[in-house]
Ligand binder design. Sequence first.
Ligand code: ADP
Ligand code: MG
Length: 222
Amino acid sequence: MATLKVDHLAKSYPMAGESLHVLTDVSMELSGGDSLAIVGPSGCGKSTLLQILGTLDQPDSGSVLIDNANPFELNESQLAAFRGKQIGFIFQDHHLLPQLSVMENVLVPTLAVGKPSAEDLSRAGELLEAVGLASRTGHLPSELSGGERERVAIARALLMQPTLILADEPTGNLDRTTADSVTQLLLELQKSSGAILITVTHSDTLAAAMDSQRVLEDGKLV
Ligand code: ADP
Ligand code: MG
């Protein structure tokens, strides 16, 4: 089963004078199928925490174990491969590549390891079907609505069957009805894949849809 174990993470940013202590002591333990919302005011360190959990940034101290592996012990190319396999990211502004079709965007995570396999192609097709975009695979992101683009981003995040799905305000740009349906879809796919989902959000509705909610305050989860 997928596991995430975070112990006493701390992160500061150096500044003129004294440094800015963004995370002081963050610990959590989650396993496959769990979903967690992290809420807190702008600037409290939510994105910093998500970046570290996503192995895009290093903590100053503390540890992160994803399926019992410590990503920060890997070298750069091992870490890139680990990230591509174990972590799916979903961003507020979807980060789709504008010149690639819907299908190609979903397949982007496979490009890190070479050409997509027949299995990747069929899985991408199944995911696009699951998010209701089977008939739009050849379209460009600019030809889709905001909700549809977010659905493509969800399919892309799930392609490699990651241990950990990290979402930063995934419904931030969507109207309420679209946001609700995207949230339900994300949770459905996450539950059935057995991944762990961590969502950072300002939205009470999105937060309430997750299994548990924590507030990031003074660099700690309370
Ligand atoms: P949130 O996502 O909760 O709005 P962030 O994690 O983006 O908060 O930022 C937390 C704090 O750290 C903010 O005060 C921000 O200005 C600061 N910060 C974020 N990234 C950097 C950086 N690379 N260098 C210096 N300060 C940063
Ligand atoms: Mg942020």
